[in-house]
Write a protein that binds this ligand. Structure first.
Ligand code: NAP
Length: 318
């Protein structure tokens, strides 16, 4: 069992920033990450809307490593472990991992969100064999191939643009006839000769024989189904919050995101949340960083008040 003042779950921009703030406040702090430092940021090729990096921005892995280093510089422990249970205990909050159990007097939930599945027939069968949720990870496997990208948000358009360096042809299949993505990204996609659009269609099935050969699509305007030949399917239809571990601990909204106040506090005293796991509208690195700072500052204040109250109680009992 290892004890900390502030325990932070998740090592993306929100968790790393919270770790930086709590470490810099000289609190014994740990950030626990199950995968890669930087989270979704680390699987993003280029980030051009994070301030401080003019002339084309910064790479996702590059910014992740800079944030990791800076957090470690303030004495915060960066631990790789997969947490399987989180619960309230007398000392605060205990997170049981594979390697150890970590206890924090305050807890910051920064576990982010994961790509949502499409729910199409065949999606699970072809996962990792023609169906992908991460262009940055799998892009090179699709060199000179024809692929489809499902979705119409920032992720779909971002990743379609990224895939132009590998794929021969890209079709974005979107259920409406208008993209949700930022206008600047839309304009870039419309200008890119390799990217075509299949509007008002949904993917119902992924077909193939060992490898993906086609998607069965349905035209939502005519109701007609047809096969659209493709060699790969990239799914970007939104995210699901990673809140399974804390659903008994704090209040979640209908979408499963953690309900918070503006100071990052949750329905349970001593537990704070930041980043994509929180019920926010803007899911970008800039915002996650700010939310991490706010949650850590609130956790620091919570611990100060806890210590003050305890000292007073001891004084009174004398
Ligand atoms: P998103 O903004 O929620 O977009 C999801 C897209 O998938 C929407 O176009 C949606 O269609 C479509 N969709 C949802 N369910 C579907 C289904 N069952 N079948 C077909 N299509 C479906 O998700 P995201 O693009 O992953 O982005 C997540 C968050 O990260 C957003 O807040 C985004 O701004 C942020 N982000 C930002 C950047 C950036 O700033 N460059 C990059 C990546 C992500 P409708 O439009 O019809 O709802």
């Amino acid at each position: 069992m290892r004890y900390f003042d502030v325990l932070i779950l998740g090592g993306g921009p929100a968790g790393l920033t919270a770790g930086l703030y709590a470490g810099r406040a000289l609190l014994k702090t740990a950030v626990i990450e199950r995968g890669v430092w930087g989270g979704q940021m680390a699987t993003t090729e280029d980030i051009e809307n994070y301030p401080g990096f003019p002339n084309g921005g910064v790479t996702g892995p590059g910014l992740s490593e800079l944030m990791r280093q800076q957090t470690a510089e303030f004495g915060t422990e960066l631990i790789i472990d997969e947490i399987e249970e989180v619960k309230a205990v007398d000392e605060g909050f205990a997170a049981k991992g594979y390697d150890d159990t970590y206890v924090g007097r305050a807890l910051i939930i920064a576990t982010g969100a994961s790509p949502r599945q499409l729910g199409a027939k065949g999606e699970d069968d072809f996962r990792g064999r023609g169906v992908s949720y991460c262009a940055t990870c799998d892009g090179p496997f699709y060199k000179d191939k024809e692929i489809v990208i499902v979705g119409g948000g920032d992720s779909a358009v971002d990743e379609a643009l990224y895939m132009t360096r590998f794929a021969k042809a890209i079709t974005i299949i979107h259920r409406r006839d208008e993209l949700r993505a930022e206008k600047i990204m839309q304009e870039r996609a419309f200008k890119e000769p390799k990217i075509k659009f299949l509007w008002s269609h949904v993917v119902e099935e992924i077909k193939g024989n060992g490898e993906v050969r086609a998607v069965q699509v349905r035209n939502l305007k005519t109701g007609q189904a047809s096969d659209f030949p493709t060699q790969g399917v990239f799914v970007y239809v939104g995210m699901n919050p990673n809140t399974g571990l804390v659903q008994e601990l704090v209040k979640l909204n209908a979408g499963g995101y953690v309900c918070t106040e503006r100071d990052g506090s949750t329905s349970r005293a001593g537990v704070f949340a930041a980043g994509d796991v929180d019920n926010v509208r803007l899911r970008q690195v800039t915002n996650s960083v700010g939310m991490g700072a706010v949650a850590a500052t609130s956790a620091i204040r919570y611990l100060e008040e806890l210590d003050f109250a305890r000292a007073e109680a001891v004084q009174r009992s004398k």
